[in-house]
Design a protein around this ligand. Structure first.
Ligand code: 6GU
Length: 251
């Protein structure tokens, strides 16, 4: 899978390609990542990528031409991408479902926004979609592009060593993860739940499922509306809710 990232901070992006899951994908020949310096696509002496806003007001606006030129060159050198994504806080919220969708594509271009904003014609004439990674403001799209590439890259078969850890991920099924434990069996007075030491695989499986449901209900109840629960999970969730009602009555 090919990624092309267009940014005014290429070193910031390149620094993250040396380690971690994306680095592994590159080493294994599964990911082909190129970072493009937006300033290489300017034509003026000052290599300007921004200009004052029409209509006045504070801040600068990213010019459309360097971004359009960068994407044109990517098309010429690397082929037509399946999607050109503009990373901006105005975008639709990036979710695991987007990561899964993007992981099926052959070639994704990520455009990192900077400054107060982008000329609107980047959105309409250059990008094919706009994504945000959450409801907070970053000073640029670089970190967001790296988040998207990490979340997508780890779904490419072979990038993560053990594919079971991707399949069993929290969010792969729309629920939060169950608690994990390793040795020692007692740490600062806190013991690992007995069931995990018991060797009863079926009981362990049920304990984990129940713990994941309980956590999701307590911390992110809205996820349960969208999660595809099986019969066992629906029954467990009913039990957990009844337990919680009993606990509240007692308070
Ligand atoms: Cl994609 N860009 C910026 N600048 N801020 C963000 C974001 C993106 N997603 C969340 N906050």
């Amino acid at each position: 899978m090919k990624f092309d990232i267009v940014t005014i901070f290429p070193r910031m992006v390149e620094a993250t390609l040396a380690d971690g899951v994306v680095a592994r994908g590159i080493e294994r020949g599964l990911l082909d990542v190129e970072v493009h310096d937006l300033r290489d696509h300017t034509t003026d002496r000052h290599r300007s990528v921004d200009d004052v806003p029409y209509g006045g007001g504070p801040g600068m606006v990213m010019k459309p031409e360097p971004l359009a030129r960068a994407v044109r060159q990517i098309r010429e050198r690397r082929g037509d991408p399946a999607t050109v994504i503009l990373l901006t806080p105005q975008g639709r919220r990036f979710t695991q479902a987007d990561a899964v969708r993007l992981s099926t594509l052959k070639h994704v271009v990520l455009l990192c926004g900077r400054y107060e904003g982008m000329d609107e014609r980047v959105r309409t004439a250059v990008a094919t979609e706009e994504l945000s990674i959450g409801d907070y403001v970053l000073s640029g799209g670089e970190l967001a592009a790296l988040v998207v590439m990490d979340a997508v890259g780890r779904l490419i078969p072979g990038v993560v060593g053990d594919s079971r850890s991707v399949e069993e991920d929290s969010f792969a099924r729309g629920l939060l993860d169950y608690p994990h434990y390793t040795r020692p069996s007692e740490f600062e007075g806190s013991r690992v739940p007995d069931v995990l030491l018991s060797g009863h695989h079926e009981e362990v499986r049920r304990w984990r499922k129940r713990a994941a449901l309980r956590r999701t209900l307590e911390r992110r109840p809205e996820l349960l509306d969208a999660a595809a629960l099986d019969d066992e999970e629906r029954a467990m969730l009913g039990e957990i809710r009844r337990e919680q009602e009993r606990d509240h009555e007692r308070d």
